[in-house]
Structures are given as C-alpha cells and as structure tokens.
Design a protein around this ligand. Sequence first.
Ligand SMILES: [Fe+2]
Length: 246
Amino acid sequence: MRFAVIADIHGNHLALEAVLADIRAQGIEDIVNLGDCFSGPLTAGKTADILLALDAVTVRGNHDRYLIEQAPETMHASDRVAYEDLSAHHLDWLRSLPFTAVYRDEAYLCHATSANDNLYWLESVSPDGKVHLKPLEEIEAFAGGIDFPLILCGHSHIPRAVRLSDGRLIVNPGSVGCPAYDDDLSYYHKVEAGHPFASYAIMEKSGGVWVPTFRQVVYDHQVMADLAAQNSRADWASGLATGWLR
Ligand SMILES: [Fe+2]
C-alpha cells in the first residue's frame, strides 16, 4: 500500500502543481491532505480550484478554520488576502472539512494534534525561539487512544518521522507551499526549511511496517516570491525565494 501525504500548501498553486506531477510520475494516485490549504499572499483561488478537483481526503487546518470563522476585517493579513481570492464554493468546501479523519483504516489524519489545530505535535519552542524535537514521552502523550499504526500531522512545516515505543509512526510531510515562516506562539520563532523546494511525503507499507520517503520538488518558486513581494510581504518573498527569512 502506497500513498502521498501533502500539507500546508498555503495558497501556492505552482508548488502544488509540481508536487502533484511528481506524485503522478511515480504512479501514485492516492493522496491525503493535512490542511492549511489557502492562507498566504499568493494564489488561493487557483489552489482551491485544483484541490476541489483533486477530491483528496482532507482535514481542516487552523488557517482553514480562520477563513470560515473570523470576520474578514479581523483576519491576519495572510488569511485576509486569501479570503479575498476565494469564492463562496471554496469556503463551503472548507466548511465541509473534518477536524480529523481516518484513511483506509490505517492512518489517522490531523492538522496539528488530535485535539488542537494550533499546537506542534512533534516540536517544542523554547523561550529563546529555538524549535526542537520534543521528548518522546511528550509526543506519546498526545497519541493516547489513537489506535492506528500511522499518524499523520502537519502544521510545523518540518518534515519528520517519529516512531513511538509501541511501533506506531507519526509523520509530518513538511510544507508544499511555504518553506519558511515566523510565529509568536508561544514564543517568537522561525521555521526555515533552508531551501525553496516544495516538500511532501510518500508512505509505503512494506513487510507490515509503514516507511516514509520525504521528497523535495523543484518548481518556479521565484514567480511566487515575486508575487509575495508585489503583495507587500517581504517575509514570504524571502522564504519562497530562498527557504530562509531574511
Ligand atoms: Fe497550521
């Protein structure tokens, strides 16, 4: 059994198109999507048209929730610009998304954790802004009662696999469309891929064990960096151009 995991597209339709082409080139048809689909100063509407047609099993991210819960005038700039580029049927699709899902009775899907869409499952942020892998015990505490061999989460944009002591595997595929960002929850920190490529993961069950392959895909990222700059987002422009916030 083999399928692709995409997450944190953040309204970058060129990165999404490149990832979908890479998935298809490997003969993989099944795809799951872990949310944060549209928010960002890029091409939310085009991204939505692609995702709605794709019809992949999708869970709702925190930014997807903001787009359907918040009044536009109170939205953060990254959500507001996406909201203005989306149509009513795109927003209806977001409203239809579940918070968590189960795929083929094997994989449990959520955006961040099973209970909180705005909390890193696998990483901690220290007061000095360092982002690091959590101790195994803290990671396992969030996995209680999730009786599936594979758990998939996104949100931190950091590609990573953690095997729990009972053999369950948690995988974050990284971000399709946003290789670098900053945030102030709970402390100011940056997450930087260090490269501008689009990230996703392929999961394969072999000999009864789920194994990830993390892939980075080249696309015309400078087009998106230029678009971010036109939309007065120097932070996004830097992240998309280089994978660093400078
Ligand atoms: Fe998120």
